[in-house]
Ligand binder design. Structure first.
Ligand SMILES: Cc1ncc(COP(=O)(O)O)c(C=O)c1O
Length: 382
């Protein structure tokens, strides 16, 4: 059976050149980068080379790169760290209702320690009202955490304007860029970001490695205390092979991102337009003018998303699903709920996220299979 993977916002296959670059550090070059002898020194150098590759992709200084295990760790380090270091200044944290749980959960955790968290709302297309956002930043606000691009809808927030706003108000700005880095150009300096998180496995590096970019001068206690690795910002022996892989994936993204984004956008648009033309009662979600080039999020009215996902899976098509249903009996997406999409008619929602392995033939196959599946499921529902 054909296998078509359209869930690249969940995770990606490691790029063959990344596998090749990592190989020696899984086997022959095994030194600990903290060791001063020859075995450690050679490995220390490759970690520093990877730091430069990351810095080049996101336009920051190499010294600002802290290697972590994933975006979840980076988000926790940023949010809890700012809370600890700025607790004497204020106790308010502003974030958005559509953030990933790895941002929302640490924020809610901090409520147990007296911090107040405001989840700023989005409109029906998942957009933020920047004027209203500006109004929420008070003297008491110590942190503004806003994602770069939404994992479910692909909606891209105006991060540069948000960064300017935070800088004008003297509020620390954390940006979860897990869905943006490697897919679209991300400029840490130009966006006035103080802290930025991402994960390697979203753009062809292995799982288990990520980064937190910490602007020079931002005081941030570590989440993990212990050794002095990562200039005392993240204790624990470095995941050398993973770090080398992340560096290589950044280098590849810097070289290929623009061309690949244009190719994926064309494929994504073909897929989306094909679905809208062939299947009645389908609604695209998110800000269609500002979204990731590889992502489309579509609600299919009168269909259960779990059934939809399962039928597609049986045909070898891997996508991600979220139900949106006003009855509350189905699992609902927080993101779609925040956008008001979940109100009214029952519907199943699918996220298609394309990547480097996808081509025209994949789109044609989905356009053959999906209309039949939706038709069949709608018949059984009525
Ligand atoms: C926007 C966003 N932030 C953070 C994460 C967490 O990434 P990880 O599971 O690699 O820690 C994800 C993962 O899907 C994500 O999409």
């Amino acid at each position: 059976m054909r296998q078509i993977y359209l869930d690249h916002n969940a995770t990606t296959a490691i790029h063959p050149l990344v596998v090749e670059a990592m190989q020696p550090y899984l086997h022959t070059s095994f030194g600990n980068p903290s060791s001063v002898h020859w075995a450690g020194r050679s490995v220390r150098n490759v970690v520093e080379e990877a730091r430069k590759q990351v810095a080049r992709l996101v336009n920051c200084e190499p010294e600002e790169v802290v290697f972590t295990s994933c975006a979840t760790e980076s988000n926790n380090t940023a949010i809890k760290g700012v809370a600890v270091s700025k607790r004497m200044k204020g106790k308010r944290i502003i974030t958005t209702a559509v953030e990933h749980p790895s941002v929302l959960m640490p924020c809610y955790y901090l409520e147990h320690f007296g911090f107040a968290v405001d989840c700023f709302h989005v409109d029906g297309a998942g957009r933020l009202d920047l004027n209203a956002l500006a109004g929420t930043l008070t003297e008491e606000t110590i942190l503004l955490s806003v994602m770069y691009a939404n994992n479910e809808t692909g909606t891209i927030f105006p991060v540069q304007q948000i960064g300017e706003l935070a800088a004008r108000r003297g509020v620390c700005f954390h940006c979860d860029a897990a869905q943006a880095v490697g897919k679209i150009p991300v400029d840490f300096k130009a966006c006035n970001i103080d802290l930025m998180s991402f994960s390697g496995h979203k753009f062809y590096a292995p799982k288990g490695v990520g980064a937190l970019i910490v602007r020079q001068g931002v005081k941030l206690p570590p989440l993990l205390h212990g050794g002095s690795q990562e200039r005392n910002r993240r204790a624990g022996t470095e995941n050398v092979a993973g770090i080398v892989g992340l560096g290589k994936a950044c280098e590849i993204a810097a070289d290929t991102q623009a061309v690949e984004a244009a190719r994926l956008q064309k494929l994504r648009d073909r897929l989306e337009q094909g679905i809208l033309a062939k299947i009645p009662d389908v609604r695209p979600n998110g800000d269609l003018d500002h979204r990731l080039p590889n992502t489309t999020n579509l609600s299919f009215l009168y269909v259960d998303s779990d059934a939809l996902l399962s039928c597609l899976d049986q045909a070898g098509i891997a996508v991600s699903s979220v139900s949106a249903c006003s009855s509350g009996t189905l699992k609902t997406s927080r993101v779609l709920e925040a956008m008001g999409v979940a109100e009214g008619t029952p519907m199943g929602t699918l996220r298609f996220s394309l990547g480097r392995a996808n081509n025209e033939a994949d789109v044609i196959y989905v356009l053959e299979v999906l209309p039949e599946v939706v038709k069949r499921l709608r018949q059984t529902l009525h």
